[in-house]
Design a protein around this ligand. Structure first.
Ligand code: NAD
Length: 282
């Protein structure tokens, strides 16, 4: 286990870009890395909030970045390189999680989930790799989810998007394994951010805090590896389920109430503001 001093040495002065950095996991990661002396830039489609967060943290670069827009994304990366130097790490963190049954999901929401969660990650990975591969150095860290290894009622499109992020990240990692450019995936359990507002969480497992995901991302920068699952307990459960007969795993999930967590058990009032933001209706 690396100690605080050696973590600091490996992270200090690294140029790190974080998408979706205005709040939640992205902001917690920016805070952890900034405190360790990294040169951090945060971009977010929520321009007001990202400016507030970037200024409060004392970052040099922060501003509007829409991960679904190639022009916006590359302009932001150009600006970071002009001000801070070559990008060492891109954390593709921006993502949304509207909940509900498939039949109730408007087409526009389906496309929006895929656009932000999948296309945004692929676009960011390509733009970063185009800069990093010629330099033979860099690290792309994609924030997926344990939902990328699970199948969850009420989150079908979200699960599909995170499964896609994992497959893409693994394929890219193999494609560039001897190039000096690394790819990693982060698989958090449910985390206490606005994204889970009004949802009861996984029975028997606590939600993680954003700072725990930030620590895991710092850990990946210090010692790159293909994927990290947080929390350890939820990660172990997901991995072990892969070896169970399907009927047993699905039956246990039903017994634990898994079919209702993101449908009937959602507190619609508490979730209203997040759903409006995630669906682009606010
Ligand atoms: P959050 O809603 O708190 O923050 C996400 C940020 O992404 C927001 O500030 C939002 O404005 C931004 N964003 C949305 N669309 C964007 C776009 N087109 N371009 C740029 N920025 C955009 O959510 P969070 O919980 O911090 O989630 C961060 C990531 O972690 C997501 O990819 C999410 O899927 C993943 N994740 C979250 C949880 C959880 O339970 N919170 C669990 C597993 C994985």
């Amino acid at each position: 286990m690396a100690n605080a001093a050696s973590i600091g040495l490996k992270v200090r002065d690294k140029v790190v870009v974080i998408t979706g950095g205005a709040r939640g996991i992205g902001l917690a990661t920016a805070t952890a890395l900034h405190n360790l002396g990294a040169k951090v830039a945060i971009g977010d489609v929520d321009e007001v909030r990202v400016k507030e967060s970037g200024a409060a943290l004392g970052l040099d670069v922060y501003g509007k970045l829409d991960v679904t827009d190639a022009h916006s994304f590359s302009e932001f990366l150009d600006e970071v390189e002009r001000q801070l130097g070559p990008i060492d790490v891109l954390v593709n963190n921006a993502g949304i999680m509207p909940v509900g049954r498939i039949v109730d999901e408007p087409d526009a929401v389906t496309r929006r989930i895929l656009d932000i969660n999948v296309y945004g990650v692929i676009l960011g990975s390509k733009l970063a790799a185009q800069r990093m591969v010629p330099r033979k150095s860099g690290h792309v860290i994609n924030v997926a989810s344990l939902a990328g290894e699970l199948y969850i009622v009420g989150l079908a499109t979200y699960c599909a998007s995170k499964h896609a992020v994992l497959a893409f990240t693994d394929a890219a990692r193999l494609e560039y394994h001897s190039s000096g450019v690394k790819f990693s995936a982060v698989l958090p359990t449910f985390v206490n951010t606005e994204l889970v507002a009004g949802t009861p969480g996984m029975k028997g497992f606590r939600n993680a805090e954003p700072a725990e995901i930030a620590d895991a991302i710092v850990g990946l920068i210090v010692r790159p590896k293909p994927r990290v699952r947080i929390t350890k307990a939820a990660g172990a459960m997901v991995v072990s389920q892969k070896f169970w007969p399907r009927r047993l795993a699905e039956g246990l999930n039903r017994l634990l109430g898994g079919e209702h967590v993101f449908t009937d058990d959602v507190d619609v009032e508490k979730r209203r503001a997040y759903e409006a933001r995630a669906r682009g209706e606010d």
